[in-house]
Design a protein around this ligand. Structure first.
Ligand code: PMV
Length: 316
């Protein structure tokens, strides 16, 4: 063991990271369009790492949904950070897995932060985001990078693949209800479904992308000015376009419809879709009614998020 490794043996490193929700542009972001994503600061993943001694094997104690890929993930993370040896990794999370709220990105960012903490090192946020993107590739193939970016920065962002994110701030409170459909579907299959749609109907896909492009531009303007009514209409339009490319489901359509009937200003699926979560935007006096309507319509759980200037989103 090198002197450095000996010095660090027995030391514990800790890191954590938030969940996320995509407000606009999921899937189309894979095809080069912009997305608008927000952090969910009160949904969190924690990671704790210790270096093991010579001859020991790396061990992971990861939460549901992460056990299989966690061994590969820590191997990739230590490689990216230039760290050797065997590690013990423990994680715990309140970010529900597999429902489009960023559990795998939160896992990757929390683990990287724990390893950096262990080493007494720091890295710029964008570098942590890029490393998390490399780790995300293990489970998700070729992610656009929106999840790792919003989770690492823990700020609302406008994101376009391959470019630096633009950090956003809303100027008036925006109230959202996030509901879990209880349905689970791999992100990679949903992404493949959209690729198949694009390959099978290129002219129609180009028209849909043009609609999404102008819709996201409107959403970015409405988000920063706090124009909830317009944001709601744009969410409805975004959901319809996601349904057209095949990533909604009868249950997601029902949840979205019930939220609107209960007075939501707009509603859409969020993340990969087919299953996962829906977002509903509501005026403060309708939030509870909308949440109850989503639960009555079959959502497994539902909670409120308030995007509040200037300190960003918080859940109540
Ligand atoms: O399953 P989620 O919420 O992590 O969805 C990822 C977002 C997609 O746009 C569907 C894929 C991507 O790589 O951006």
């Amino acid at each position: 063991m090198s002197d450095d490794r000996g010095r660090r043996a027995g030391r514990v490193g800790r890191g954590d990271a938030c969940g996320k929700a995509i407000l606009f542009g999921e899937h189309f972001v894979v095809h080069g369009l912009r997305a608008l994503a927000i952090p969910l600061p009160t949904l969190r993943t924690q990671a704790r790492v210790e270096r093991l001694g010579p001859g020991e094997q790396t061990e992971v104690h990861a939460g549901e949904g992460h056990r299989t890929s966690a061994m590969q993930a820590i191997a990739r993370a230590t490689d990216l950070l230039g760290l050797e040896g065997a590690w013990r990794l423990e994680t715990g999370s309140t970010v529900p897995s597999g429902c489009g709220l960023g559990s795998s990105a939160a896992f990757a960012v929390a683990m990287l932060r724990a390893l950096l903490d262990h080493e007494g090192r720091s890295e710029p946020t964008q570098r942590i985001s890029t490393m998390a993107w490399e780790i995300e590739k293990i489970a998700h193939g070729t992610p656009s990078g929106v999840d790792n970016t919003v989770v690492a920065h823990e700020r609302a962002i406008a994101f376009r693949k391959g470019t630096a994110p633009v950090l956003l701030q809303c100027s008036a409170p925006i109230h959202l209800v996030i509901a879990d459909s209880g349905q689970r579907h791999p992100t990679s299959e949903a992404v493949a479904r959209v690729h198949a749609f694009a390959a099978g109907a290129p002219a129609e896909f180009a028209r849909i992308c043009a609609d999404v492009d102008s819709l996201v531009a409107g959403a970015l303007a409405s988000f920063t000015t706090g124009d909830s009514e317009r944001l709601g209409r744009l969410m409805d339009a975004n959901h319809a376009l996601l349904a057209q490319v095949g990533v909604s489901s009868p249950l997601l359509d029902r949840l979205v419809g019930c939220a609107r009937e209960a007075g939501a200003l707009g509603a859409k699926l969020t993340g990969a879709g087919i299953g996962g979560s829906v977002l509903a935007l509501a005026s403060p006096d309708r939030v509870e009614v909308v949440r109850d309507a989503l639960l009555a319509a079959g959502a497994r759980s539902a909670f409120e998020v308030c995007l509040c200037p200037p300190s960003g989103p918080r859940e109540t």
